[in-house]
Design a protein around this ligand. Structure first.
Ligand code: SF4
Length: 281
């Protein structure tokens, strides 16, 4: 598909993924969307951000894709749920952008992280970009909730250096209530990555009253520890930076009055992971 034919191009760079973006791909015909997804030559991106030091090792470029099949109660980017809220962009253009940073990324021991939304909603496009990055000698990371992990081919996994895997909560019922979906595909991807010794950073969002049950965290820690390929666990304190997006989009926000966890609570949860021999911070 001709990228952005007849429309003014929205810059890919955003100040941060917290910028609200809606309906940037709204005029792309449905058949073109289906073709793009099937072929992977075009995808929908919320933004590229540069200079991230928190989305994998070193300093990184992060490609934020749109589209997610989960509805996490604490999602801070609900505008990424809808694919058409993203900017239609060809894999070629995405790689052209990335190429500008190639040298700097290598000097700063960084790389590319593809995130979202859920990037595997656009697996073919995302993996084209990841493969292109890899062929430029750029370290590659995929941040995912793992739900569509079964769609990753062995060849796809060859091009990924690191997976940032979100594990939201352990209890099956609570997981459904929190995300709208089952946890098992996420755990299955983790086991598959472990069998390949492909490194994982587990990302766990700590939400007071929702994901802070020590027994539940302990189950996640047990699971992560026995995998053998979890390099670190990142305990991410819940915050309210995305609240305005829920309001603007008119979606009922269940965590309206939930506060960020205290430093002590974060330290306590880190301690649960560390007690299993994992690196956590
Ligand atoms: S998986 Fe990520 S993008 Fe999707 S709803 Fe959950 S927090 Fe939001």
């Amino acid at each position: 598909m001709a990228e952005s034919a007849g429309r003014q191009q929205t810059p890919l760079e955003a100040r941060s993924p917290f910028d609200l973006r809606v309906d940037l791909g709204g005029d792309v015909p449905e058949t073109d969307v289906r073709t793009a997804l099937a072929e992977g030559n075009m995808g929908f991106m919320h933004s590229f951000t540069t200079g991230s030091a928190v989305d994998g090792p070193g300093v990184r470029v992060v490609g934020w894709t749109t589209g997610c099949m989960w509805r996490c109660q604490y999602c801070h980017n609900p505008d990424t749920w809808t694919m058409r809220n993203g900017i239609p962009v060809s894999a070629g253009r995405a790689l052209e952008e990335l190429g500008k940073y190639r040298h700097g990324l290598q000097v700063m021991a960084g790389g590319l992280t593809m995130s979202g939304g859920e990037p595997l909603m656009q697996r073919r496009f995302v993996m084209k970009v990841v493969a292109g990055a890899k062929s430029m000698g750029i370290h590659t990371a995929l941040e995912t909730n793992g739900y569509l992990g079964a769609e990753l081919t062995e060849h796809d996994l060859d091009n990924i250096d690191l997976v940032l895997l979100g594990i939201k909560t352990w209890d099956r019922e609570r997981h459904r209530a929190l995300t709208g979906r089952d946890i098992e595909p996420t755990l299955e991807l983790a086991r598959r990555l472990a069998a390949r010794r492909l490194p994982i950073w587990v990302r766990f969002v700590l939400v007071p009253g929702l994901t802070d049950d020590p027994a539940d965290v302990g189950h996640i820690a047990d699971f992560a520890a026995q995998l053998g390929n979890v390099e670190r666990v990142e305990v991410l304190p819940f915050h309210q930076m995305g609240r305005f997006k829920w309001h603007t989009l008119g979606i009922r926000y269940a965590l309206e009055h939930v506060e960020a966890p205290t430093n002590e609570a974060v330290a306590e949860v880190c301690g649960i992971f560390r007690a299993r021999g994992l690196t956590a911070h």
